[in-house]
Design a protein around this ligand. Structure first.
Ligand code: SF4
Length: 268
């Protein structure tokens, strides 16, 4: 089956501008995704466009979850299990800006609690020397591979600043890496990733990996990611909340799905 994109112009977008309708059939791995969506005919920065990418990611992950169910395995992630929220969560710059906006929108008390946890995470990362390693990794200059960095990070036991009562307090806004992380093994293994017994669901395509390259609006930029607390601290301090270079949103959408499905695919 070929991937297929049909575009058409619609009207009456809730943002008050015209919009473009997309009707997609994507083959991602063995799964076939059918997505109908409406994209505003407006210029958007990547952080402004992020909710569209989040929805697309949720569709890819849901398809992978259906594949798990067909193979008679079970996804063992559940409410109140925040073991994975002590892992190294890589985020794209656009996600950091988005999270800073979410933080700005919290009530004063909640925001103060998140900022206090953020301060504690930064202190721990700096005190352990891992902040320096993470900055080197960000520039592609760390001798450690991602798995080694991840294990060192996890050993520090730093909860994500958004983790409350072992649940994500910003669930609808969580980064793509969090959306893509699903486990089928016994949840008890998640507390000991170094033993190699955690079985994760392999996605045929990871939207997060594409987002790390999507700063140019085309997916051809060098991959760029940062650890969530350091990225959030930077974005919060910069005061940036979604400004930046803007691109026509329908073009962003088509380029993102094109790259996600594989650049060699005929998109019809
Ligand atoms: S953003 Fe939410 S899901 Fe992701 S690590 Fe933080 S608390 Fe967990």
């Amino acid at each position: 089956m070929q991937n297929k994109v049909t575009r058409g112009t619609g009207h009456g977008d809730p943002r008050g501008s015209d919009a473009e309708d997309f009707d997609l059939t994507l083959r991602i791995g063995v799964e076939r995704l059918h997505i109908r969506t409406r994209i505003p005919q407006a210029d958007m920065s990547i952080p402004e466009f992020l909710p569209v990418i989040q929805s697309l990611t949720d569709a890819v992950v849901a398809a992978a979850a259906r594949g798990v169910a067909r193979s008679r395995r079970r996804i063992s992630c559940g409410p109140g299990c925040g073991a994975c929220c002590r892992q190294l969560v890589p985020v794209a710059e656009a996600e950091a800006v988005h999270l800073a906006g979410v933080l700005a929108g919290l009530g004063a008390d909640r925001r103060a609690r998140v900022l206090e946890r953020l301060r504690a995470a930064r202190e721990r990362l700096t005190g352990s020397g891992l902040a320096t390693e993470l900055h080197s990794a960000e520039r592609g200059q760390s001798p450690m591979d991602r798995r080694e960095l991840g294990l060192r990070y996890f050993r520090l036991g730093i909860p994500c600043p958004f983790l409350e009562d072992e649940s994500c307090s910003i669930h609808p806004h969580r980064p793509l890496a969090c959306r893509e992380y699903l486990v089928t093994s016994d949840p008890r293994h998640c507390a000991h990733p170094e033993k190699g017994r955690v079985e994760t669901v392999e996605l045929p395509r990871r939207p997060s990996a594409l987002l790390y390259r999507f700063g140019d609006g085309a997916g051809a930029a060098p991959a760029r990611w940062m650890a969530l607390p350091l990225a959030l601290e930077r974005a919060w301090g910069s005061g940036e909340r979604g400004e930046g270079e803007a691109f026509p949103a329908p073009e962003l959408f088509q380029r993102f799905v094109f790259r996600l499905a594989g650049a060699d695919e005929d998109m019809g």
